[in-house]
Design a protein around this ligand. Structure first.
Ligand SMILES: Cc1cc2nc3c(=O)[nH]c(=O)nc-3n(C[C@H](O)[C@H](O)[C@H](O)COP(=O)(O)O)c2cc1C
Length: 286
């Protein structure tokens, strides 16, 4: 029996469900699993385990900054066997490539790479009426994830692993959009352009509790204050029961970009979607 640590970042539970399915495959092979969501603080040291798995969603065609920071902050893994999984709503861009490269820079030894779709609660698309990959991870995705867990166990036991090549770079449009949401621009532009209106209730604090970066506080005058660690996940704006928070990303200025992406996505045969309405922190299917 080997000890396995699986670390993932999940706000919408799709990565969590995939992590659990992968661990099911590993448990069947006789291993002991510890699963950790980066939402719950700093995970245990992977060097205390025999196998390390890391999973991430795609945010803006790249790794969310919280995952980048976690992987970059890891110590040297000195050949520790590792696997990677990515769960994304439409196009994963360079998410898988960056995660795999970051782990190899830490001298981890890759034993598997898995990806599948997960429901995309990205507010920019919800606001224009689209929920991509609405029913993912599907039963089939989770069956594949469990099978992946069994395959990783076999590679750990010595079966030969043939490393897959990098994901293709993706459409030029999405590569440009990835640059438009670079960390520097998020920090110095987008994160400064959240607005909170008078409907905000000082007794609510849902946005403060749910911010994965702990970036929101309430000042003595009752107003919301934001630091410089925003991930631009938009959970504050998306979940606000009063629709009191607005951002540049999900607002009228970038609406044409969201309309273009959802138009292209809705015509992509490899993607499925549901039409929705998003209001007062709730997404309802039409
Ligand atoms: C802020 C934000 C940005 C996103 N950007 C992308 C993207 O560029 N490409 C994509 O395929 N999915 C994107 N998604 C969808 C997520 O990758 C997908 O919903 C994933 O399954 C979420 O994982 P979770 O449910 O574990 O949090 C985005 C979601 C959010 C919240």
């Amino acid at each position: 029996m080997k000890k396995v640590l699986i670390v993932y970042f999940s706000q919408g539970k799709t990565n969590m469900r995939v992590a659990e399915a992968i661990s099911k495959g590993l448990i069947e092979a006789g291993h002991e699993i510890k699963i950790w969501n980066l939402m719950d603080g700093r995970p245990p040291d992977p060097r205390e385990y025999d196998l390390f798995g890391i999973g991430s969603p795609t945010y803006y065609f790249q790794l969310p900054f919280i995952v980048t920071d976690y992987v970059n902050g890891l110590p040297d893994l000195s050949g520790l066997p590792a696997f990677v999984f990515v769960v994304n709503g439409s196009h994963r861009g360079n998410t898988g490539n960056s995660l795999r490269h970051a782990l190899s820079l830490k001298n981890a030894r890759e034993l598997g790479y898995f990806h599948c779709h997960g429901a995309s609660y990205f507010l920019g698309y919800l606001k224009v009426g689209y929920l991509f990959s609405a029913d993912h991870p599907s039963t089939d995705d989770l069956t594949r994830a469990a099978e992946f867990g069994r395959e990783v166990a076999a590679h750990l036991a010595g079966e030969r692993y043939v490393k897959p090549g990098d994901d293709p770079p993706g459409a030029l449009l999405y590569r440009v959009e990835r640059l438009a949401f670079s960390r520097c621009l998020v920090k110095h532009v987008y994160s400064r352009l959240f607005r909170t209106n008078a409907r905000c209730r000082p007794d609510c604090d849902l946005c403060i509790k749910q911010c994965p970066a702990k970036n929101i506080t309430r000042g003595e005058d009752g107003r919301l204050l934001r630091g410089r660690d925003c991930l631009l996940c938009l959970s504050c704006e998306k979940n606000c029961p009063e629709d009191a928070i607005t951002s540049l990303v999900a607002g009228p200025i970038l609406r044409p970009v969201m309309l273009l992406n959802t138009f292209l996505g809705s015509r992509d045969p490899s993607l499925d979607y549901a039409r929705v309405i998003h209001k007062n922190g709730q997404t309802q299917r039409l």
